[in-house]
Write a protein that binds this ligand. Structure first.
Ligand SMILES: Cc1ncc(C[n+]2csc(CCOP(=O)(O)OP(=O)(O)OP(=O)(O)O)c2C)c(N)n1
Length: 228
């Protein structure tokens, strides 16, 4: 299976570009000033899964169940390395998710299929376990240019924002990264150091040993390290 993002019918893969920023009391006002409008506010629970020896996350694969729906974020074949923007392929198709997981876990995708039940069976067969479970309250803004801006607050007390653009073809990545940076500057979201994600803070609080392994593997980066 190709790891390239594609918009072909029948596949669920998209390339998601996200830049995190700190939220403060001015964030919503700034968003409204640049023409963003609030689309919705919702709450959802995420359960992230991995093997006991963290084979998925140490390879930068993030399998989660969000309100009953399975999703996988995986690294694209090539990333623009100089960017502060997180670049992941997001897959929601069960058969594709099982293919990816089988390759990483080096198991036979015997349960490959196209519904959530097939993933549940695969997860059971391979012994994947939830390693992080938390709830997020999210306020979503949208604005011209296809941007989605999320303001998140978790049930473990962390607040973070992200500017997101979805692209369907690799040729569009460079332009999309520039668009995100331009919007971040307009919103004065420029930042001297890396912003911690929800997972960084969750693991620091709940499983520092797993967090340190991810830092050592350069999958996550601590706040003061230079973005690569
Ligand atoms: C900036 C950055 N973020 C995440 C990672 C790795 N990572 C850790 S957890 C993780 C999975 C998802 O994390 P995140 O995008 O922060 O969650 P969320 O905002 O709830 O997802 P959405 O609703 O946007 O789909 C990843 C990719 C990374 N290496 N760098």
């Amino acid at each position: 299976m190709s790891e390239e993002p594609t918009s072909e019918t029948g596949t669920s893969k998209v390339l998601e570009l996200e830049r995190k920023f700190s939220i403060n009391e001015n964030s919503e006002r700034k968003l409204q000033e640049v023409g963003a409008s609030c689309l919705r506010e919702k709450s959802f629970e995420d359960s992230y899964y991995d093997s006991v020896d963290y084979q998925l996350t140490l390879s930068d694969y993030w399998l989660r169940k969000r309100e009953g729906n399975w999703e996988l974020k995986s690294p694209p074949e090539k990333r623009k390395p100089e960017s502060d923007v997180a670049q992941y392929i997001e897959t929601t198709n069960a058969g594709e998710i099982v293919q990816y997981l089988s390759a990483i876990l080096k198991t036979d995708p015997t349960h490959a299929g196209d519904n959530a039940d097939q993933i549940a069976k695969f997860v059971e067969k391979t012994g994947l376990q939830p390693f992080a479970v938390f709830r997020t309250n999210r306020k979503t803004y949208t604005m011209e240019g296809g941007f989605q801006i999320d303001l998140d607050e978790t049930d473990f007390g962390y607040k973070v924002g992200e500017i997101e653009l979805i692209v369907h073809q690799n040729e569009d990545v460079a332009a999309a990264l520039e668009k995100i940076d331009t919007l971040a500057e307009k919103l004065e979201f420029s930042k001297p150091t890396r912003i911690l994600g929800k997972m960084d803070v969750y693991l620091m609080q709940h499983n520092p040993s797993h967090y340190n392994k991810l830092l050592e593997a350069h999958v996550l980066f601590n706040k003061h390290s230079k973005a690569v």
